[in-house]
Design a protein around this ligand. Structure first.
Ligand code: SF4
Length: 349
């Protein structure tokens, strides 16, 4: 799918923007100074498919921990800094691959200048993050409430500061907890700026509410070609985010090597205990990097027909399932052996 035109921005060895892949991003939820725990979390997220990781930097201890973390992970690391330019400098020195900071919030022009110089020296980009909930007071008053226009106006202020210093390695985000405001703001941003966009709905809630809000907002934008990196934020552990974002990118046909699980809702025709099998397979498939369609169907009436287009399928019978491969019926499997057999088939696929 063609993406909207943007300039390209490099973060470590990844190129963001233009027609490049939409990168999956997440954020650690452990204090950065607890480096060993953070490393463990990042390595796990990497395995799940996370491609860029953000960590918060609250103090010098956090900033210093970045050096150790960087030595032990493989994906680019973004340091998230608010207000303190000295922390930004420390994170850059410690090896951060990108910083997230709003230049209008770190004090004097001199402060911004030294941070920008350090970014230029180390070839690292800056993400300016506009949140609808924290717009400048005068902008909020001008528009009376958080609006897309207000968010763009706020971004322009920060961008101008960087452009005056001849800095263009910028990524922008326009997050809101309101999915419709997100859509409006990102659409306007894509028309107004040529910088790559990091997509996200902020404070999106639990797994269920976030999956719905993020799919609505970010799915709409992705299908319009908008967005170059993406985070689905979910309350709690970031490991919950990755399967949702992969599912969304896969549904938008923006990612390969992610399995597709098809399962019927069950009905009065279902004569086997299907739900635990589907749940177990969903868990397992999150660890698989293959372009494979697996269908699990409740009955032998509609099941085989629906399963025809899957690579591997089960059509349930009475406490058993018919194994179907590429539309060909192979054999009957007893209910308690279905998961084991499906995993074996998927491994050999
Ligand atoms: Fe019902 Fe069969 Fe359709 Fe599943 S596949 S919903 S069991 S008819």
């Amino acid at each position: 799918m063609k993406r909207t035109e943007t300039r390209e921005v490099k973060i470590k060895d990844l190129v963001l923007g233009h027609n490049n892949h939409v990168y999956i991003q997440s954020m650690c939820n452990i204090p950065t100074k607890q480096a060993q725990k953070v490393i463990k979390q990042i390595l796990n997220l990497e395995k799940m498919g996370c491609e860029i990781i953000r960590v918060s930097c609250m103090d010098m201890e956090d900033a210093k921990a970045i050096e150790t973390i960087k030595k032990n992970i493989h994906i680019p690391l973004v340091a998230d800094i608010h207000f303190d330019y000295k922390l930004a400098l420390a994170c850059i020195e410690a090896g951060a691959d990108k910083i997230r900071l709003n230049p209008g919030n770190i004090g004097s022009k001199e402060n911004v200048k030294v941070v920008v110089q350090a970014c230029k020296q180390h070839n690292i980009p800056i993400r300016i993050g506009i949140n609808s909930g924290s717009l400048e007071k005068d902008i909020h008053e001008k528009y009376g409430k958080p609006t897309a226009e207000g968010m763009i106006e706020s971004a322009k202020r920060h961008i101008e500061i960087l452009e005056e210093l001849d800095f263009y390695d910028t990524v922008l985000s326009f997050k809101s907890s309101d999915p419709l405001l997100c859509i409006e703001a990102y659409r306007l941003a894509a028309k107004t700026f040529d910088y790559p966009l990091h997509l996200g709905v902020t404070e999106a809630g639990t797994t269920m509410t976030s999956a719905i809000k993020s799919s609505l907002a970010l799915g709409t934008l992705l299908l319009e070609g908008i967005g170059n990196t993406i985070r689905i934020s979910v309350n709690g552990s970031p490991e919950k985010e990755i399967p949702i974002v992969k599912e969304l990118l896969k549904s938008c046909k923006l990612i390969d090597n992610v399995p597709n699980l098809i399962a019927c809702p069950t009905c009065g025709r279902t004569q086997w205990n299907m739900e635990p099998v589907v749940n177990e397979m969903e868990q397992y498939l999150q660890t698989v990097n293959k372009n494979i369609t697996v269908a699990i169907m409740g009955c032998a009436v509609n099941g085989p027909g629906e399963a025809k287009h899957a690579d591997i399928a089960i059509a349930g019978g009475r406490n058993e399932g018919l194994l179907i491969k590429k539309g060909q019926i192979i054999e009957k499997i007893p209910q308690d052996k279905i998961v084991e057999r499906l995993i074996k088939e998927i491994e050999n696929f």
